[in-house]
Ligand binder design. Structure first.
Ligand SMILES: Cc1cc2nc3c(=O)[nH]c(=O)nc-3n(C[C@H](O)[C@H](O)[C@H](O)COP(=O)(O)O)c2cc1C
Ligand SMILES: [Mn+2]
Length: 467
């Protein structure tokens, strides 16, 4: 899979995509169809007839595990945990991108007065939204002026004018760190925003890789071939060659415009009313002919964000624990219901006293965990991290509250509705050690079945009238 068109063809071939030919309004109707479809775990939707537009919109690309598997080139019915395991395995060795001279994303080039973001079928999603959001399934490309490190990050973008896009680079995100570096130099930050590309690149945009890691190199590692990139028309940034729509522009670190509100994966708006935020002044747009405009809904699970972050944040947490050389990690699971980030379950084969405690404190110190992870549950190796009935069993019968650790202060996110709206920089955390303490000499005696009798009974199952 190289681009969005490959995804459409492959998904359609296996019944994972439906075309909607009836006319649909970009104003609320389209997003509501997508959202209701996602609530039923429906297919990806390709809206071919958007009112007032000739080019299509695609939604619900990443909203099921099967479609994440398709994007990663894994078989149907691969579990989320297996996808994470594969992600960690493939990205152990990275693959740099490859420059090309000609690219489909240059089929149409718009400069000056021709630049108009509303030439594309940008939806309005929900009634309380501050406007139309161009960037939902988007990624933003920026470069650190001091080191040349290139970053891809998924940050929402609101249409604030025909050539203006409001941003929300949350504090400490890589685009925010880079913008501060431009501010120190009193320079504007060149940016590119991409809508529609190889869906893997969007997963990468949402992945919590550590600073200085390259999302392009991770994507190449997962694909097994280098991602093809091309130079911008007005900016010196690498752009995926087969992107559908490429917006080139600049951010003035000193200038803001009112942005938002827009819903989040928590099921809530992250603020009240508008917030002054930096914005992109768009200087050039390039796009493929009949570009596919990719969108993602927001709100409670399950949206693209939940599935994407369950995979990418989970994989990054797993990778972080491996990088710390902590032995015995069997599986990691960051449930999509918590958008893959507020809650983590980790299964460990304990090898020494305090091992489970080490896993818990390590998790909240990884790049992923240090940002907003609030609750960590550690279970023994006989329980798979994603096996909720067994995790609840451990929480009931192995866990004792005296073995929970309460941490008062850690980095939070302005999105967390469990904190007062005016003070969301800092959160507390809870590490729940639901393992049987390694050092106990007398451990609870598990009830085990007699293996021979089990076999015998299974062979009599039909005779007993049970099948
Ligand atoms: C659909 C979607 C929308 C997102 N919107 C934002 C956003 O507006 N601002 C933000 O800071 N992070 C947002 N995120 C989370 C970031 O993409 C994520 O934290 C990622 O790690 C950022 O890239 P970076 O680590 O290179 O900074 C969003 C994620 C998804 C999947
Ligand atoms: Mn990054």
């Amino acid at each position: 899979m190289k681009d969005m068109r490959d995804f459409i063809a492959e998904a359609e071939a296996v019944g994972e995509l439906k075309r909607i030919k009836a006319e649909v309004d970009w104003d609320l109707e389209l997003s509501h169809i997508a959202k209701l479809n996602e609530e039923q775990s429906g297919p990806a939707l390709l809206f071919e007839n958007v009112k007032g537009y000739t080019s299509p919109v695609i939604s619900s690309v990443c909203t099921t595990t099967n479609r994440l598997a398709l994007i990663m080139g894994m078989p149907k019915n691969t579990s989320l945990v297996e996808l994470m395991r594969e992600w960690v395995k493939r990205t152990a060795k990275q693959m740099p991108p490859q420059w090309v001279d000609t690219a489909p994303c240059k089929e149409n080039i718009l400069h000056g007065d021709d630049v108009d973001l509303l030439k594309f079928p940008v939806p309005k999603f929900f009634p309380k939204d501050g406007g139309r959001f161009f960037g939902t399934a988007v990624f933003v490309i920026t470069k650190d002026p001091d080191t040349g490190w290139v970053n891809l990050g998924t940050y929402r973008l609101q249409v604030l004018g025909k050539n203006l896009l409001g941003t929300q680079f949350i504090k400490g995100k890589h685009a925010d760190i880079m913008l501060k570096a431009y501010a120190a130099r009193k320079e504007k930050m060149p940016v590119v925003a991409v809508v529609g590309a190889d869906p893997l690149m969007f997963l990468m945009g949402a992945a919590r890789l550590p600073a200085f890691e390259s999302e392009y190199e991770f994507a190449g590692a997962i694909r097994g071939f280098p991602i093809e990139i091309v130079k911008g028309e007005t900016v010196d940034l690498p752009i995926p060659a087969s992107a559908e729509i490429v917006v080139e522009g600049e951010v003035d670190p000193e200038a803001t415009l009112p942005e938002g509100p827009f819903g989040e994966y928590t099921g809530y708006y992250s603020g009240i009313g508008t917030t002054p935020r930096n914005f992109i002044k768009v200087n050039c747009i390039t796009h493929r002919t009949n570009p596919v405009f990719w969108i993602s809904t927001v709100g409670r699970a399950t949206t693209d964000t939940h599935m994407t972050m369950a995979l990418t944040y989970g994989a990054t947490l797993w990778q972080g624990l491996e990088a710390m050389r902590i032995p015995g990690i069997k599986s990691v699971y960051c449930p999509p219901e918590g958008a893959g980030r507020f809650l983590a379950v980790i299964s460990v084969k304990q090898m020494y006293p305090g091992h489970a405690a080490q896993v818990g404190t390590a998790a909240i110190s990884t790049e992923m965990g240090a940002y907003g992870l609030k609750t960590v549950i550690v279970v023994d190796e006989d329980i798979d991290a994603w096996d909720w009935p067994r995790v609840l069993w451990a929480l009931s019968f192995r866990f004792n509250p005296s073995r929970a650790e309460f941490i008062k202060r850690g980095r939070s996110t302005p999105l967390d509705p469990s904190l007062p709206i005016e003070s969301r920089d800092i959160t507390s955390r809870l590490i729940i050690d639901a393992t049987i303490p390694y050092e106990w000499k007398e451990k609870p005696v598990p009830i085990e079945l007699d293996k021979a009798i089990v076999k015998q009974v299974q062979s009599r199952w039909q005779e007993l009238g049970l099948e």
